[in-house]
Design a protein around this ligand. Structure first.
Ligand code: AMP
Ligand code: MG
Length: 420
């Protein structure tokens, strides 16, 4: 029986829930999803400071200054960044101040050095400044206790910098899921090693480990296993102790004697045929309580089924609520759907005038792994009878960018809403 892609998605989704939140140092929290709102521990900026190199003054004292009649002020101190002065600016006083220096008491404006003669004892001011001019006001970015990051946001460079500026060294986040990648097959050798007859480099574990990182996970295990069911069972059990999700490739097809994953896990895991091309054989279940997905061995099928099925699970483990439905892209050439199966076609971006359109690869065999090098995205072609012409819009998964942050998801949805 053929299981529709959406039904298999739902079955897989029921295997995982978001990982428990942990407090992580800012650097380690990068790429993680925030589990609680982050509030400012102090105002930002924390104090009134100068936006210029110049002199902190009372605006009223220089109100009438101009080139012909400069105002002379007594320089009573200096306030570089990080070294505030105790001097109090009274009538006729100035404090030399540098960018980021704390505004001294009594001053309400900064005269840039260019509008003065730069004097160190007495300074001539050649022009007026209004009150507040060139002053960065305390709290103009954030007030104490303002929310700087909302729960559910992904920590990227901007979020990490804002959290640090707001006084945080660590954040409560859903950690990156730890994912075990195990390729199976007696024919596999470490990439770069000599190929004896009948052997082939293990490209799946390399490609899938890269997909794990693209999806925001980390690999706990990346390894190969021969077609030896007891050895695979031991490897799976060991992986379960250090992983939040286990992914295998190969060994799940139609019941041949070397279907090692089937042999190792029959009884505890479901083996199914999904209505898709490539990637029809699929398996899933729990191994010692840890979610397990078995992908087909053919390299294109393995890459496609990771993007289609495993990536959403990684996102669910990360605590992301990603809307279903991939963003739509424009076809550069016609595509024929399959009558019963969803096709996932390798494609690459090209420019057509000012538009970016997706060119389907003419060669789509599931063993043609070198073609992955020229693949930017996977077009999702629903089952049907009618040819989709060039210019049609179809959903697509990117292999360059997991498009998974809530910020990006919102963009995607806005794009979809605007698409007729
Ligand atoms: P299997 O599902 O184990 O029968 O594998 C299907 C096909 O994919 C066979 O031609 C395998 O040699 C190939 N294959 C399986 N695993 C890998 C891998 N890790 N890297 C490259 N090719 C693989
Ligand atoms: Mg095999």
């Amino acid at each position: 029986m053929l299981i529709p892609v959406a039904d298999w998605h739902a079955i897989l989704r029921s295997l995982v829930r978001p990982l428990p939140a942990r407090r992580l140092p800012l650097a380690a929290a990068e790429g993680c999803v925030l589990a609680e709102p982050v509030r400012a521990r102090h105002a930002l900026p924390p104090f009134n400071s100068s936006a210029m190199d110049g002199y902190a003054v009372r605006a009223v004292d220089v109100r009438d200054a101009d080139h012909t009649q400069p105002v002379l002020l007594q320089v009573i101190g200096c306030a570089p960044a990080g070294r505030p002065t105790d001097a109090v600016v009274g009538r006729g006083d100035a404090v030399r101040i540098l960018t980021g220096g704390q505004l001294p008491a009594g001053a309400d404006a900064v005269v840039p050095v260019e509008a003065t003669d730069g004097g160190r004892v007495v300074v001539r001011v050649h022009g007026p400044v209004g009150p507040g001019r060139h002053v960065r006001r305390a709290g103009e970015d954030l007030a104490l206790h303002d929310v700087v990051l909302a729960a559910g946001w992904v920590i990227g460079p901007g979020q990490a910098a804002a959290a640090a500026a707001a006084g945080h060294a660590d954040l409560l986040v859903t950690p990156r899921p730890r994912i075990a990648i195990i390729s199976t097959g007696d024919e596999l050798v470490e990439p770069g090693h000599p190929l004896n007859p009948g052997r082939l480099p293990d490209s799946n574990s390399v490609g899938l480990a890269a997909q794990v990182r693209l999806a925001g996970g980390v690999t706990s295990v990346t390894t190969r296993c021969g077609d030896d069911a007891p050895a695979l069972r031991r490897l799976l059990q060991a992986s379960a102790r250090s992983s939040d999700l286990i992914v295998t490739t190969g060994g799940i097809s139609a019941g041949e004697e070397n279907d090692v994953v089937k042999a190792a896990l029959s009884g505890s895991v479901r083996f199914v045929t999904v209505a898709m091309q490539p990637g029809a054989p699929q398996a899933a279940g729990l191994v010692d309580g840890v979610p397990f997905i078995g992908l087909p061995g053919n390299p294109v099928a393995a890459m496609v089924s990771f993007a289609v099925f495993v990536r959403p699970l990684v996102q669910a483990l990360r605590g992301l609520t990603v809307e279903s439905g991939a963003p739509l892209v424009e076809l550069a050439a016609l595509v024929e759907p399959h009558r019963e199966k969803t096709r996932f076609l390798r494609a690459r971006w090209t420019e057509l005038g000012a538009r970016r359109v997706a060119v389907p690869d003419g060669r789509q065999g599931s063993h043609l792994v070198a073609g992955m090098a020229d693949t930017d995205l996977l077009l999702e072609i629903a089952p049907g009878h009618e040819v989709l012409p060039a210019g049609a819009l179809v959903p697509a998964l990117s292999l360059l960018d997991a498009s998974d942050t809530p910020q990006k998801v919102r963009t995607t949805l806005a794009h979809r809403a605007a698409t007729p």
